[in-house]
Ligand binder design. Structure first.
Ligand SMILES: *Cc1c(COP(=O)(O)O)cnc(C)c1O
Length: 333
């Protein structure tokens, strides 16, 4: 289907490779072939899934007279780090509303936020969750009083604008599938704010990509993500009245959150080390490690049975291993 995309700014290194994981297939694949779409290679500092959304969000900001981006996330948010560098690159001010405790050391994504020159305000989790909307409003007013026009970018860049990033990625996957002789696949992504899953689910429909898209949630629960994906799709349809009508049926595999958002059991750290050694691919303990673990468990349960190919969307997050270095058990076999 020919879609008319809104403008984007080229920020991501795309197309990213689709790679066959021979050794992981041997270990966990069973009847399946395991593939990985390397969206951890969308950039160096901009690595991960958020830059695909930010390509469209940044164009929207520049085209509508915004000079400042205000966004939010956990202290180690990949989305905030990517936004900080996109802003630096484009000459936009960036203000990050971060959830957590003021850290004694600058580490991981937070260190990078500071390097990029983003302004940072840190709030304890209780206050953050309770007051997020009003904090956005307060900072927007703060910039307005100083003559700046701040675009409020929601958690993870997940809204009707950001979803274009993964609608567009489905066009890459069409080419990848043809080259890899994949006629039908299960496509698996970690879900944190829902926008990647929403974009892939929409994109698969719009581009006739023969893939069943699954989100593995790393926070909240199945119902939350069913609702969130539908909400992002609705926002997309409202913002772009010329897009085709689609009947989106999101699919969520719940049960892999572990102890909570950003908190992982030792088995997740072990899996990260195991895949590093098998494939030279590094997952993270917040998103991709849990999603990969979920995929392995669901393969063992037979969830994907009858379809040969499984594609794991590697959404990045590598910097998240550094502040969680103490979670790894040494020595590793
Ligand atoms: C944000 C993020 C996700 C989740 O993507 P959403 O679009 O927010 O659901 C997955 N993996 C990594 C590494 C992320 O940073």
């Amino acid at each position: 289907m020919t879609l008319s995309y809104p403008r984007k700014i080229d920020l991501a290194c795309t197309p990213t490779p689709l790679q066959f994981m021979a050794r992981a297939t041997n270990e966990w694949g069973g009847e399946h072939r395991l593939w990985v779409k390397r969206d951890d290679l969308t950039g160096s500092i901009l690595s991960g899934n958020k830059v695909r959304k930010l390509e469209f969000i940044a164009a929207h900001a520049l085209d509508n007279g915004y000079d400042t981006l205000v966004t939010c996330g956990g202290l180690q948010s990949n989305h905030c780090r990517a936004t900080a560098f996109v802003g630096a690159q484009l000459g936009l001010k960036v203000h990050l509303i971060l959830r957590g405790e003021e850290p004694t050391d600058k580490d991981g994504n937070y260190l990078l936020d500071c390097l990029a020159g983003a302004k940072v305000s840190i709030y304890p989790a209780r206050q953050y969750f309770k007051e997020l909307e009003s904090l956005f409003g307060q900072w927007q007013a703060y910039y307005a009083e100083r003559g700046h026009n701040a675009l409020l970018v929601p958690t993870g860049g997940s809204n009707g604008i950001g979803v274009w990033g993964y609608i567009s990625a489905c066009e890459e996957l069409l080419v990848d599938f043809a080259a890899a002789d994949i006629s039908r696949a299960h496509l698996i992504t970690a879900s944190g704010s829902g926008g990647t899953q929403a974009g892939l689910t929409l994109g698969a429909l719009l581009h006739d990509l023969p893939a069943t898209v699954w989100g593995i949630n790393v926070c909240d629960d199945e119902q939350y993500f069913l609702d969130k994906v539908s909400e992002d799709v609705r926002d997309w349809a409202d913002r772009y009245p010329d897009v085709p009508e689609v009947d989106v049926r999101p699919r969520v595999l719940d049960g892999y959150v572990g102890p909570g958002y950003g908190l992982a059991d030792p088995e997740i750290f072990d899996l990260i080390a195991r895949l590093s050694r098998l494939e030279g691919i590094v997952l993270d303990p917040v998103y991709t490690g849990k999603a990969f673990h979920g995929m392995v468990c669901e393969i063992a349960k037979g969830t994907f049975s009858g379809v040969r190919d499984i594609v794991f969307m590697h959404t990045g997050g590598t910097f998240g291993i550094f502040p969680q270095r103490d979670g790894f058990r040494w020595p590793q076999e």
